[in-house]
Design a protein around this ligand. Structure first.
Ligand SMILES: [Fe+2]
Length: 529
């Protein structure tokens, strides 16, 4: 019997007065039976819609997908759920009207995880679309579209994916997320800075179009509320409901420019790690990730590998959790001995070993490394030699970059494509074995997405870029507008369409292609189309 319809018939509706009596101090969520701590509420009765944070799916496998939601009738105030387990039914169908249900089941939303659910569906068909939804009591969620990965090693004609990140709630509307939703990608790779932790924007950004509620965030509840505020923008919910996300984080999911166990203010590590644990927990709760990523203390396993037939081999990297402290005091500095010290790490030794093994056995047409901060050099000596390189990027971890590039060359991993974000400007270009020598070998390409909103409206170019572009000939496309990248991989080429919006401080502006780069399989380097 269809368990969801069965609930329709059996749910025991209580009067509003009884509901309020049972609900007691739990606020907007009421239940059909008295609460005890150990009990799982099978048939919750809500007084307010609980699926305020929408639905999401992620990390597609050929036979499986992660489905996500979080019950939050009071999303901006901790969630508003009673502190007990609650049953959530899910179903996944082969059609958007749910006539052909492929699988269904019940998951438990637990208070320990903010009443989020992460369903790891298995036994699905490779390379096909599915639609999914959740139910709790009588309440039904939005419908999400998702797609499994093609079968292992299969010939794939085309794969389309978005690369996006840096969505500051205050500095603009999430129109770019709406455009991503409209494109119905095979998957969306998020480069991080999904939220910003601060209060206000430090005077660095243009005028806010809306404001973060509360102060700078530190506790699990703070981070939950911040994620919920971001999800109050319907365009973010639409993007998640349109395609599976493959998420990674950057710094602002915890604290600006943090490095491993050090924050930017040199807070004692044992204290910063308390904050990092809270941030990582809320991140896990909010993202469509597998159980392997459930945090342990202040640690969380985020790096992983996803394969899309014989076409794309994607290693998702974590360049925050294990990196060495920023060189030379952080910020932007002249080239300094510490920055090129090979003893310093960006990935940590275990992740670096894992990645280097992946590169040795990469067999797909495109070897894609999805990560956060640009690996290419951005030399700004013409602006000021004293602030020539950004220490937060791989420019501050030159020894680690040299190891990575040397490994790409040594393994001959097919057609390396690095993805990055963080810098709120589009960049696309070639990776050079030695950036000081423009004629040195090209060992791959990198596409860096601008921001969904961070930095405000932006412009086609900046005075700084005009000043330094001649010193950075490996960079072949640049835009300082907001947007995302739409990538199209085929057996013959990888094309990056750099999508831009003229304004993000005005709602619902159009999105257009600002420029494109194309890489032909077998040839190292990008060219303009
Ligand atoms: Fe950012």
């Amino acid at each position: 019997m269809d368990p969801i319809r069965a609930y329709d018939r059996s749910v025991n509706r209580l009067s509003r007065r009884e509901l309020l009596k049972i609900a007691g101090s739990v606020g907007l969520a009421a239940i059909a039976r008295p609460i005890t701590a150990q009990q799982t509420i099978a048939r919750p009765v809500f007084m307010t819609f609980p699926f305020t944070l929408g639905v999401a799916s992620g990390d597609p496998l050929p036979n499986g997908i992660v489905l996500w939601t979080r019950l939050a009738p009071q999303p901006l105030d901790g969630g508003g759920m009673p502190m007990t387990n609650v049953d959530v039914q899910w179903e996944l169908a082969a059609d958007r009207t749910f006539r052909t249900v492929a699988q269904r089941g019940t998951a438990i939303a637990r208070p320990e995880l903010g009443h989020s659910v992460h369903v790891e569906v298995e036994g699905l068909q490779p390379g096909r679309e599915y639609w999914y939804r959740f139910r709790a009591g009588d309440e039904i969620s939005q419908v999400g579209r998702t797609k499994t990965a093609p079968a292992a090693g299969a010939a794939v004609d085309q794969l389309r994916f978005a690369v996006c990140g840096c969505s500051h709630y205050e500095t603009g509307y999430f129109t770019a997320y709406r455009a991503i939703a409209d494109e119905q990608f095979d998957f969306v790779f998020h480069t991080g800075d999904y939220i910003y932790e601060g209060r206000g924007h430090g005077g660095r950004s243009p005028a806010a179009v809306r404001e973060h509620s509360g102060q700078e965030i530190y506790t699990v509840v703070d981070y939950r509320n911040r994620y919920a505020q971001y999800k109050s923008d319907p365009h973010l919910l639409a993007a998640h409901a349109s395609a599976p996300f493959v998420v990674s984080w950057d710094d602002h999911e915890v604290d600006n420019d943090y490095a491993g166990d050090r924050d930017e203010h040199d807070t004692p590590s044992e204290l910063f790690l308390l904050r990092r644990a809270a941030a990582y927990q809320a991140y896990y709760e909010t993202m469509p990730l597998r159980r392997r990523s459930v945090p342990t203390g202040s640690s969380m396993l985020l790096y992983r590998r996803l394969q899309f037939g014989g076409l794309v081999d994607l290693s998702v990297l974590d360049t925050r959790q294990y990196r060495s402290k920023q060189a030379c005091g952080g910020g932007s500095k002249a080239a300094c001995a510490e920055a090129i010290d090979p003893g310093r790490t960006m990935l940590g030794s275990e992740q670096e070993k894992w990645l280097f093994e992946n590169l040795a056995n990469a067999r797909s047409t495109w070897t894609v490394l999805g990560q956060q901060v640009p690996t290419f050099a951005r030399d700004a000596q013409k602006i000021d030699p004293a602030t020539r390189f950004p220490m937060d990027k791989w420019d501050g971890y030159v020894g680690a970059r040299n190891r990575l590039y040397a490994r790409l060359k040594e393994t001959r991993a097919p057609n390396p494509v690095l993805l990055s974000g963080d810098v709120h400007q589009h960049y696309g270009g070639d990776l050079k074995l030695d950036y000081a020598r423009p004629d040195s070998e090209t060992i791959g390409v990198e596409f860096t997405n601008t921001a969904i909103t961070s930095g405000g409206d932006g412009a086609d170019t900046t005075p700084a870029w005009e000043q330094i572009k001649s010193d950075n000939p490996h960079i072949k496309y640049h835009s300082s507008r907001r947007g995302y990248i739409a990538c199209t991989a085929t057996p013959a080429s990888m094309r990056a369409d750099f999508k831009v919006l003229d304004r993000v401080t005005v709602p619902d502006q159009p999105v257009r292609i600002g420029g494109s780069l194309i890489v032909e399989a077998g040839r190292r380097g990008a060219s303009t189309t």
